[in-house]
Design a protein around this ligand. Structure first.
Ligand SMILES: [Cu+2]
Length: 196
């Protein structure tokens, strides 16, 4: 009898102790993004994405344009048809042009979910890439000078299929401030990363 009272008492005590924790979690959930904004942002995941169909992209090519293991569903013709309309929207960075932020000292991962090789190139302003035929998608904007430099370099990397690379926010590829990036092959692939 005595021991069951103690057990009951312990149970009550545990429940009481839990209440403030549950309350704090509910408050954080209710505050949502506001609570998030106040916290450190020390990891950012950037993905290069496309939907290249290996069969049509690689037809007649000794070196595949699109990773043979990629499960992309956009044919080469569909890709080409989208060029005059700003480029196929399955070729993109996530986050996209609306951007994201990370705190200085944090880690940025640049990973490929794509079948083609892309570049992740820091530019002073968005513009054309290094493949003239694909610049139709951005109104034939002149190639960015950053896209004409040999890669990889400190501010321009290749992002091949099935790869992930880590960088420090505050370093040369992600310096403090507002940074613009584009793909130098598919220049409509763009993102803005703020290092604060
Ligand atoms: Cu690209």
């Amino acid at each position: 009898m005595a021991s069951s009272v103690i057990r009951a008492s312990r149970t009550r005590s545990t429940i009481v102790k839990c209440r403030p924790v549950v309350g704090a979690l509910s408050l954080a959930a209710a505050l949502g993004t506001f609570a998030g904004a106040a916290h450190a942002k020390d990891f950012l995941d950037i993905r290069a994405r496309d939907q290249c169909d290996p069969v049509t992209f690689n037809a007649g090519r000794a070196n595949p344009l699109c990773s043979p293991s990629h499960a992309g569903s956009v044919t080469l013709q569909e890709f080409l048809d989208a060029l005059p309309n700003g480029g196929h929207d399955a070729w993109k960075f996530n986050p996209g042009p609306s951007g994201a932020h990370i705190d200085r000292g944090g880690t940025v991962q640049v990973r490929s979910d794509a079948g083609e090789t892309h570049t992740f190139t820091k530019v002073v302003a968005f513009g054309g890439g290094a493949v003239p035929a694909l610049n139709v998608a951005v109104g034939n904007a002149p190639p960015r000078i950053e896209c004409l430099a040999p890669r990889p370099n400190l501010t321009s990397i290749n992002v091949a299929a099935n790869t992930a690379q880590l960088f420090q926010a505050g370093g040369t590829l992600f310096p403090p401030g507002i940074n613009l990036y584009q793909c130098c092959i598919h220049p409509w692939m763009r993102t803005i990363i703020t290092v604060r």
